[in-house]
Design a protein around this ligand. Structure first.
Ligand SMILES: [Zn+2]
Length: 130
């Protein structure tokens, strides 16, 4: 997971060549319906970037809630694991997920000295959850 992130960041850096951006923060969207443990990921990240060009950057995780859509009445709802993720309207099993499986870089706060800018990466890469 962290490897994929680092790879995405590396590709992002290439787009700025030959200038080297100094990254302050990486904002990551993480759906609650992924296997990713945000706290764990933040720790793994700070370890993984030590000594690299991303050293000192902070991973900021933004949680995206799980939202399902009932295929019968098109209503969106917050699926509950205790309820088997069924729709509250018709007790229909969850078939369509509107959000909650995200795992992508939303934006990168960076600069080229001295003033940091807040610009989204040009190619956000959705990464499949494992
Ligand atoms: Zn329904």
């Amino acid at each position: 997971m962290t490897r994929c992130l680092l790879l995405s960041m590396h590709e992002w850096k290439q787009q700025h060549a030959p200038r080297e951006p100094h990254v302050d923060r990486v904002h990551l969207e993480v759906g609650t319906f992924t296997c990713v443990e945000p706290d764990q990921l933040v720790v793994t990240w700070s370890d993984a970037v030590k000594g690299t060009w991303l050293d000192g950057s902070e991973l900021v995780i933004e949680s995206v809630p799980l939202v399902g859509r009932c295929v019968r009445c098109q209503a969106t709802y917050s699926p509950d694991a205790a309820d088997g993720f069924r729709s509250p309207c018709c007790q229909h099993p969850m078939e369509e997920i509107v959000s909650g499986r995200e795992l992508r870089i939303r934006s990168v706060a960076y600069g080229f000295e001295p003033s940091p800018a807040h610009v989204p990466p040009t190619t956000p890469r959705p990464t499949a959850a494992r």
